[in-house]
Design a protein around this ligand. Structure first.
Ligand code: CA
Length: 356
């Protein structure tokens, strides 16, 4: 394991002001004011400033932490409260794991081909709800909704989804797609994502327009944003794509090698890796803007559930229960942690639904 990469977060101590910090072992270093763009308790101004500013800031922050900051700048991580690190703009969730898409297709549409005809031609996704993205540690209230015809009540099939996500800077003006070869200039950094899902609500509502209330009640992210540029030693060749994508999705860009693990109440449930993703971040962003849709600083793009080919690498309980393991969806009081040794971790505890 190499040294942990730079990671930015927003924290406070004892109810004080929000400050910007970077990880340093079990501590965090307060870097507020080290650059003009780190003047407030949010990463949003930095995100809005663009690629050149990101690199300039990263150099300054790395030099600052390596120089041995004043002890007054160092806080034990356990005594800090972490906050949502940026104002989430739009939120898109992709569906970019071949194994996950195939497994879910088999479960939801047993009489059809598991993979829909479009899946290998473009990164499929949906627009989620940005306002319900919450930071690590936020309790997750069990959603209530339609579980089937005439059946309204608390979800009985609450699930996690093991994912990663990236946050963008400001894109070009409306009507100007981001070319795939330039996409990484708009990707600031990555975090772990848990796309909480109510399977009973989802399976009843999703046709014909896709996920809605079965997903929109909460999405958790880890508190640290790791700059993509700090992950150079984790980059890998993109997987082979067959059939070859259309020219606007080529060259594919590079993938990432980031391990991921899920525990429930401290017990390991599954493990996966971003190297199982079929579509790259560059292809996702190029596709999402190919129609001329613009992006803003703070837009969040999640990968979709990342499942691998083996029974111990399935990225959600929907697949795990279908595979005959564990057999149960989440119970009230369960604490789910999705963790990456490189990016950090994202925890959430299920609390009972409100009475209906
Ligand atoms: Ca998802």
């Amino acid at each position: 394991m190499t040294e942990a990469p730079l990671a930015y977060g927003v924290f406070s101590v004892a109810g004080g002001a929000h400050r910007i910090g970077v990880r340093s072992g079990d501590d965090l270093v307060d870097v507020t004011g080290v650059h003009d763009l780190l003047a407030t308790g949010s990463l949003t101004p930095l995100l809005a400033a663009g690629f050149e500013a990101w690199e300039e800031t990263r150099s300054l922050v790395e030099a600052f932490t390596q120089a041995g900051p004043d002890p007054g700048r160092i806080t034990p991580a356990h005594s800090a409260t972490m906050h949502l690190p940026f104002a989430v703009g739009d939120y898109v969730d992709f569906y970019s794991s071949l194994h996950h898409a195939t497994n879910v297709g088999r479960l939801f549409r047993p009489d059809s081909e598991p993979l829909t005809p479009n899946w290998r031609h473009m990164p499929i996704g949906y627009h989620g709800r940005a306002g319900t993205v919450v930071v690590d540690g936020t309790p997750i209230r069990r959603p209530v909704g339609q579980r089937g015809p005439g059946d309204f009540g608390p979800s009985r099939k609450l699930d996690f989804e093991l994912e990663v996500g990236f946050v963008t800077g400001q894109g070009p003006r409306l009507g100007s797609p981001i070319p795939v070869a330039e996409a990484e200039r708009y990707i600031f950094g990555l975090m772990v994502v848990n796309d909480w899902s109510a399977r009973d609500l989802q399976s009843w509502e999703y046709q014909p327009l896709g996920p809605f209330l079965g997903k929109s009640f909460a999405t958790s992210i880890s508190p640290w944003v790791v700059p993509l540029k700090a992950l150079d030693d984790r980059r890998i060749e993109a997987v082979g794509q067959n059939p070859p994508p259309l020219p606007y999705l080529l060259p594919p860009g590079r993938g990432l090698d980031l391990d991921l693990e899920v525990t429930i109440n401290g017990k390991a449930v599954t493990g996966s890796n971003t190297n199982h993703l079929y579509w790259t971040m560059s292809q996702q962003l190029a596709h999402a803007t190919s129609n001329g849709a613009s992006i803003r600083a703070g837009d969040l793009f999640a990968s979709g559930t990342i499942s691998g080919p083996t029974p111990d690498s399935l990225g959600c309980l929907l697949e795990i229960t279908a595979n005959g393991q564990n057999g149960e969806y989440l119970q009230d009081g369960d604490t789910v942690v999705v963790a990456s040794s490189v990016l950090g971790s994202c925890s959430g505890t299920v609390v009972a639904s409100r009475p209906t």
